[in-house]
Structure formats: C-alpha cells, structure tokens
Write a protein that binds this ligand. Structure first.
Ligand SMILES: Nc1nc2c(ncn2[C@@H]2O[C@H](COP(=O)(O)OP(=O)(O)OP(=O)(O)O)[C@@H](O)[C@H]2O)c(=O)[nH]1
Length: 356
C-alpha cells in the first residue's frame, strides 16, 4: 500500500468512526479501523466501569486473525485471567499504556487506555500480536484520542449530567429498536462476551423495562435540601449500575427521581427477582444522614407494543399501583392486568380519547 493510500484509508476510517451515534456501531467501527491498520494484531476493546469499590470490565468488541490467534488466546485468557486483570488495573490506575511480553506463548500485548473528559479510564484497547509492537504507536493513541473526544461529545447529548446515566431521549430510541427487532440482544450478538462469561441462551431472552421511582422523594428534598436530594439521586443511580452489570443491562435517568432499567432475562420470574434484589438492596442501605430510602418499581416486557410510550405507560401503571398499595414494592404490569387490578393501558388510552 502506498503512503498516500494509507493516509486516505486512515482519514476515511476516522470519518466512519465519527459518523455513528449508536455506541455499539461506533465501538465496532473503532476496532475494525484499528484492525485494518494493524492486521497482524488481535484487537479487543473493553469497557471499564469504575465503581467506588470495584471495577467491571466487559469485552465489547473484538477483531482478529482467528486462525492465527484466537485458539491460543482463549486458552491464554483462561490461564492468565488474574494476570490480565492485573494489567487492566495497572492501565486504569496509571492512565498510561502498558506493554507485556509473554515469552512462553511468544505473545506481545499492548494495553491502551481511553480517557473521558475527567481523565478517568472508560475503555481499554488490548492489542495482541506475535510480532513485537512499537512501544508508543502514535497511530493507536491518535485514533483512540479521536474516539474518546467523540464519545465525550456524544455523552454531552446522550447522558444525564448529574448521574452520568443515559438520558430519556436515548431510551426512546432503544425501545423502538427492540420493538422492531425483538429477538436481537440489547447489544450486538458479535460483542456478546465478557470476562465473566455467562452461559445465557440469547434466543429465549425476553427484554423487560422497569420504571423505578424513589419513594417520598419530595420529603427528602424538603427535610435535607435539594443538594442532599441530588446526592441521593446519584447514590441510587450507582446502586442501579452496580446491581445490573451485565453487558446488555441498560440504566437510564428518565426524569427527576425516576429511572428506567432494561434487562434481558429468560422469564418474568427472573425479571421479578432481579428488580426485587435492587429494591431490597436499596431498602437495606443506610444512606448518609437520610437513613433509609426506598423505591417502588413497575415493569413490563417489551413485546408487541406499538410505541415506546406504550411500553413505558404499562410499566408506569404497575409503578402507580405499587405506590397506591404501600410503596417499596415491585409490580409486574401483566400480572396486575390478569388479576384485574390494573386496566390494560390501551383501554385507558381509548377512554381518554372518548373524553376528548
Ligand atoms: N434534588 C432534586 N430533586 C428533584 C429533581 N428532580 C425532581 N426532584 C423533586 O422530586 C420530587 C418528586 O416528588 P413527587 O413527585 O411529589 O413524589 P414523591 O415525593 O417522591 O412521592 P411518591 O413518588 O408518591 O412516593 C419533587 O419534589 C421534585 O422537586 C432533581 O434533579 N434533584
């Protein structure tokens, strides 16, 4: 390849990366770009979620020469998981690229951090090769910088400032995608892998949406002040991200003290268990100064509704029922409709229409 062609390729690749607003496609495009520029190495991008006392690492996109590296890599990963974790911790703590030479396997590994606007590592690119790589590969760092700048820009429009969770606008988009392609996992199938591998049957997965609302939040604001109220919102948001750490779990701030969680599970019983676990964990936590905080949860399966509003309205009616019947509860919309204690949301809609 001539020098000029390569330059054009790089510019094209950068243009492609920054044309995506969808995170999955953006990440795939990044890894594809780097792989095309460095085809001798196996490229893997990991997301890093840093919590107060733990770090969650997920493999979110990968590309490599399967024949050459994958078989050895899987085995290598299994045997070296602890070593791998150590490397990640080093990169996350230092915010600098780290290099590792495994002479037994003749593998050379580079770990490149990707930093957010607050200089926190939110992703790590692992590049594995049988060929010794440059220690400071400027193209890697340059492309990762473009990616991080672009993600930071996207975050400004897609994330809630206070909690760092995805905002309401991104939720509507996500629900519509699920309604259009109900059997597709929340994340792209090709990316469905993590350091803590879970043997879940993707085909039988159902997607559930829960609306979570903090109980008596107005009185928290009134008693302790708005700033303390904000602090509780941040802590409750952290509970959610800590409780739902699978790669395809998604947490949103929907409104003031309302949150939405999307999960993929096999059955409504599993959804009930997962949401109940969150509710109980929050109930049992001693929040600084405020003491006990509880939440009410209403949820519904995303399947066959005609709009994102219809899904949210259903979960909302289950939430409303939970509030009316004592709060600090988790209620499933379908079950409430079957019991006859909640009217199907489309009937409420048509009654509203008659009123007009
Ligand atoms: N601190 C803070 N408060 C907010 C924010 N957004 C909304 N709120 C407050 O959240 C409160 C919501 O109160 P209500 O809707 O009456 O509900 P509640 O007191 O939680 O009662 P129930 O939901 O019925 O248990 C209001 O006082 C809002 O001002 C925010 O970003 N920060």
């Amino acid at each position: 390849m001539s020098k000029n062609n390569r330059k054009v390729d790089i510019v094209d690749s950068l243009a492609e990366i920054t044309s995506y607003q969808n995170r999955d496609l953006l990440e795939q495009s990044l890894v594809k770009t780097i792989y095309e520029l460095f085809p001798s190495a196996d490229q893997r991008l990991f997301s890093i979620d840093q919590h107060e006392d733990s770090i969650t690492i997920h493999l979110i996109s990968k590309m490599g020469n399967d024949n050459q590296l994958s078989a050895v890599h899987v085995d290598y990963e299994n045997r070296q998981k602890a070593a791998l974790r150590l490397m990640f911790e080093k990169v996350i703590n230092s915010g600098k690229a780290e290099y590792f030479e495994n002479s037994d396997e003749s593998l050379f590994e580079s770990f490149y951090p990707v930093l957010d606007a607050n200089n926190r590592v939110f992703a790590v690119l692992q590049s594995t090769s049988r060929v010794k790589q440059l220690k400071e590969e400027p193209l890697f760092t340059g492309i990762l910088k473009v990616y991080s700048n672009y993600v930071n820009l996207l975050d400004k429009s897609q994330k809630d400032k206070l909690t760092g969770l995805f905002n309401r606008e991104t939720l509507d988009q996500k629900i519509l995608t699920i309604l259009r392609e109900p059997h597709k996992p929340l994340k792209q199938e090709a990316l469905f892998s993590s350091l803590n591998k879970e043997n879940r049957n993707k085909q039988s997965m159902k997607t559930f949406l829960a609306v979570i609302d903090i109980d008596h939040f107005k009185s928290i604001n009134d008693r302790f002040g708005h700033l303390y109220g904000d602090e509780i919102l941040v802590l409750v948001a952290q509970f959610m991200t800590k409780n739902f750490t699978r790669i395809d779990d998604l947490v949103y701030r929907y409104g003031g003290e309302e949150f939405v969680i999307l999960i993929n599970v096999d059955s409504n019983q599993q959804a009930q268990q997962a949401f109940e676990r969150l509710r109980i964990n929050i109930e049992n936590h001693e929040f600084p100064q405020v003491g006990q905080v509880t939440v009410s949860i209403g949820y519904e399966e995303i399947l066959g509704q005609s709009s994102s509003q219809e899904v949210i309205a259903a979960a909302d009616s289950a939430l409303y029922y939970a509030k009316q019947t004592g709060r600090n509860k988790t209620e499933y919309y379908q079950a409430l409709v079957e019991q006859g204690v909640v009217k199907p949301s489309h009937i409420i809609e048509s009654e509203d229409a008659i009123l007009f």
